[in-house]
Design a protein around this ligand. Structure first.
Ligand code: DOR
Ligand code: ZN
Ligand code: ZN
Length: 386
């Protein structure tokens, strides 16, 4: 439901299922205050943060501490994702229920380099029995090897080590087989595939959905708007995992948004320090951080094709359906998590204004529209432009 008035457009606050907020332990890159303020400035009312922190978010006390700290800040709501394993020992954690009781919103292997299929299988089973979803990074580490960009004509021309599309497709196929096997045994497992980047992997998800498997997937705006051609600059700001793919992949992903086979958008906000990203492509860490730009970027680039209703669905109700949360609403009596968007005024991207600690971006200087004017979370102003 969209209410257009006074030049501002009222919508439910956006929901982010995938952000790296770096707390605890890597607060030189980002912390809860900077990351959740950035989220609110981007129109988000709720953020799921990933557990590839130092230490890893894999115990109830850490989950509780993060939620409590976030509540005191008054920006976006925090819903921590917890690791499927404890102490990165590669063993599935049987006591996921303690993490759920502490407030963990989902379980994930993201960023944990957990390559053990058995761990995922047990994790899906345990989490499923609690009614919770498991999200996966879906990249075969052996096939990825030292790849710093998409493997293809561009990586060959540049002489850079490539990360093949098969690294994603092989992992997605494997994880879907594990899910299918569990479902055949009557288990209530649910799988969410993060940052889908290749046409082939999307087709695998489509087939699985057609078979009735409970799988969902997200696509990131950077995989729609940017391609491996950007790496011709040799600028590590474009280094991300999974990597920027081809124009054909990006077009296929957009088609997936349009036809409903992609469940939601997520940014994979992954801040690093400028010094880290100024290293050469082989050395620099992967990650693009742009939670403050995600809506304006999507609206400016793809608003005409998607339409406002569908774009907002992919950033609000879509992520809630993935999580099994109630769909956000602007009805009387609903919690006041909302955003007012200026769909018309064009403004150049100025990273110096970012709330995020990562004050650089691939979209620096580009003119976008769709900027949030006001974000309200739980009836309190979390962001107000000006
Ligand atoms: O580019 C990425 N950055 N991909 C990931 O999976 C992890 C993330 C990070 O934590 O920096
Ligand atoms: Zn990931
Ligand atoms: Zn991630």
């Amino acid at each position: 439901e969209v209410i257009d008035g006074q030049g501002g457009t009222l919508a439910p606050a956006l929901v982010e299922l995938h952000a790296h907020l770096r707390e605890p332990g890597q607060t030189e890159k980002e912390d809860l205050a900077s990351g959740l303020a950035a989220a609110a400035a981007g129109g988000y009312g709720t953020v799921v943060c990933m557990p590839n922190t130092r230490p890893v978010i894999d115990d109830p006390a850490t989950v509780r501490a993060l939620i409590e700290k976030a509540e005191g800040l008054g920006f976006a709501r925090l819903k921590p994702a917890a690791a499927l394993t404890r102490g990165q020992k590669g063993e599935a954690l049987a006591e996921l229920s303690y993490l759920k009781e502490a407030g963990a919103a989902m379980f994930t292997d993201d960023g944990l380099t957990n390559e053990d299929a058995r761990v995922l299988r047990l994790g899906l089973e345990y989490a499923g029995s609690l009614g919770m979803v498991v999200s996966v990074h879906a990249e075969d580490a052996t096939l990825r090897a030292g790849g710093v960009m998409n493997e293809g004509p561009v990586s060959e021309a540049l002489g850079l080590p490539g990360n093949p599309a098969a690294a994603e497709a092989a992992r997605v196929a494997r994880d879907l087989e594990i899910l299918a096997g569990l479902r055949e045994q009557g288990r209530s497992a649910r799988l969410h595939i993060q940052h889908l980047s290749t046409a082939r992997a999307l087709d695998l998800v489509r087939e699985a959905k057609a078979r009735g498997l409970p799988v969902s997937c997200e696509v990131c705006p950077h995989h729609l708007d940017l391609t491996d051609e950007a790496l011709r600059s040799f600028d590590a700001v474009y280094k991300v995992a999974p990597p920027l793919r081809t124009r054909a992949d990006a077009d296929h992903l957009l088609q997936g948004l349009l036809d409903g086979s992609v469940d939601c958008l997520a940014t994979d906000h992954a801040p690093h320090t400028r010094a880290e990203k100024e290293r050469d492509l082989l050395e620099a860490p992967s990650g693009i951080a742009y939670i403050e730009l995600a809506f304006p970027l999507m609206w400016t680039r793809f608003g005409e094709r998607l339409g406002l209703e569908q774009l907002l669905d992919l950033m609000t109700a879509g992520p809630c359906r993935v999580m099994g949360w109630p769909e956000p609403s602007l009805d009387a009596g609903a919690p006041a998590d909302l955003v007012v968007l200026d769909l018309h005024t064009e403004r150049a991207v100025n990273p110096a204004e970012f709330k995020s600690k990562a004050k650089f971006t691939p979209w620096q200087g580009q003119t976008l529209r769709g900027w949030p004017l006001l974000t309200v979370v739980g009836g309190r102003v979390a962001y107000w432009r000006g």
